[in-house]
Design a protein around this ligand. Structure first.
Ligand code: ADP
Length: 456
């Protein structure tokens, strides 16, 4: 399968992942408020049912108390009437009490808190069943005039002291108080519910935003990876033709391909210098991509830093000599401490820092010395160069950062050296610091933990 096909599959998998995340977010947006609404109404209904069943029990209790209170007055209808009125007047929840006695074709209302009922004959299955089966029948009913007003109705036999069924009582207990407090609770709950849903929607909206950010972040990472891959591929591909150009140009310069006159040699020197710069840029880009993709190899070993420094200084001295700069190295007293690092990478670090010190210095020179403090070996590279202002130093150690002013205008560079150096130092558990004063000079300090002293 080609890499194009692979990346197409990856992309379609990513797209379906994004789609499912989107659908998941949409479901959440609908499901959460619906769940809150359903659970609120379910809870309300449960409470309502509990209250009503409690009230039903109270209705039965009220009837029992009433039955006890009137058991000895069942023969006297006017006394019964008085008692009923007193009871109804002192209990606002009691809407109506009617006592009925059986006659041939039904039940005759003999005493009632509602005068309209007196003398009327009531016939219904409920009355007959309560009388015949000797049991209390409770039911929920609505007021005739006002559909919003509800009652618990209890129809129950009344017994004389000899426990004989003498009459029936029809008692209505109003649910008005409970219904109005239920209405109030419902209104309050709806307000709280609306506020909750508002905040939940706000939260979900934010979730959507985060979701959007996460997609953007993923895309950014993809683009970043594409850039890294491109730098890595381009610098690798450049390496081979660069080596060929360098080789052949060198041969031409040496006169291998025929005699080269002085004028042509001067031009060739310029070409070679530019090839060298290009080569350094490609090397730097390769290091950047290796470091970014964590592909740089480190052959860690105990080593004597003074040995690496002596080699680097002897190689780089030519550059200092060309600018008539003095390079001074104050080595360490024996026995030399050892650090744990990669020999070549340590060399690369010092090449960079000492190279910069020479590059950005026009008179005076570069001094390299060591300090041992708290089990750490510090190497200080101090120059008497152009220095840097505090403001300019803020971006130091960042990728592609170059200080641009008239003093640096003609100095070539990529702005990658210090970033690469810092990354390599950190990878080997070291530290790098910079101090500088404009027109006075700079000092870079590289610190590594000491592992042991060199055995003689
Ligand atoms: P460059 O290839 O530009 O030298 P570096 O990453 O090595 O890139 O350095 C970044 C910038 O820091 C340089 O452009 C220069 O302005 C500044 N710099 C580095 N070393 C010194 C130094 N010893 N003295 C003054 N300026 C320095």
């Amino acid at each position: 399968m080609s890499s194009q096909e692979n990346s197409d599959i990856d992309k379609s998998q990513d797209a379906s992942k994004e789609n499912s995340q989107f659908i998941y977010s949409l479901i959440l947006i609908f499901l959460i408020p619906v769940a809150i609404i359903v659970s609120t109404f379910w809870g309300m209904q449960k409470i309502q049912k509990n209250i009503e069943s409690e009230l039903q029990k109270k209705t039965i209790l009220a009837k029992t108390i009433f039955a006890g209170a009137v058991s000895d007055s069942l023969d006297d209808d006017s006394l019964l009437e008085t008692k009923i009125k007193t009871i109804v007047e002192s209990n606002t929840e009691l809407k109506e009490i009617t006592v009925l006695k059986p006659i041939d074709d039904g039940f005759l209302a003999v005493a009632s808190s509602d005068v309209n009922n007196l003398g009327l004959t009531f016939k219904s299955l409920q009355y007959t069943s309560a009388w015949v089966d000797d049991k209390s029948i409770t039911s929920l009913a609505q007021a005739e005039g006002n559909k919003n007003e509800r009652y618990w109705v209890i129809i129950s036999p009344l017994k004389n002291p000899d426990s004989e069924n003498v009459a029936l009582v029809n008692m209505k207990i109003s649910l008005a108080d409970i219904d109005s407090s239920r209405q109030k609770t419902l209104t309050e709950t709806l307000i709280v519910l609306s506020i909750t849903i508002f905040f939940v929607l706000l939260l979900l909206f934010n979730h959507f935003k985060f979701f959007e950010y996460s997609i953007l972040f993923k895309r950014l990472k993809e683009v970043d990876k594409m850039k890294d891959d491109f730098i890595s591929m381009a610098s690798h591909e450049l390496k081979t033709p660069m080596a060929a150009i360098k080789g052949y140009m060198g041969m031409i310069f040496e006169g291998v391909a025929g005699k080269v006159d002085q004028k042509a040699k001067a031009h060739l020197e310029k070409v070679l210098a530019n090839i060298k710069r290009l080569d350094a840029l490609v090397d730097a880009l390769l290091d950047v991509s290796r470091l970014e993709q964590d592909r740089m190899q480190f052959d860690m070993q105990a080593l004597d830093i003074t040995q690496v420094l002596s080699e680097v200084i002897s190689e780089i001295k030519v550059q200092a000599d060309e600018k008539k700069l003095k390079i001074q190295y104050e080595t360490l007293a024996e026995p030399h401490p050892l650090i744990f690092a990669d020999y070549d990478r340590i060399g690369q670090i010092f090449e960079n820092i000492i190279g910069n010190a020479i590059k950005y210095t026009f008179k005076g020179g570069v001094t390299i010395y060591h300090r041992i403090e708290e089990g750490r070996l510090k190497t200080i590279i101090q120059d008497t160069g152009i220095g840097m202002s505090k403001q300019d130093m803020k971006g130091l150690f960042k990728r592609f950062y170059r200080i641009r002013n008239e003093k640096t205008a003609d100095i070539p560079g990529t702005g990658l050296g210090l970033w690469i150096t810092k990354e390599i130092v950190l990878k080997m558990n070291g530290e790098i610091l910079a101090e500088s004063k404009e027109n006075i000079g700079s000092a870079f300090t590289i610190i590594f933990p000491i592992i042991e002293e060199k055995k003689q």
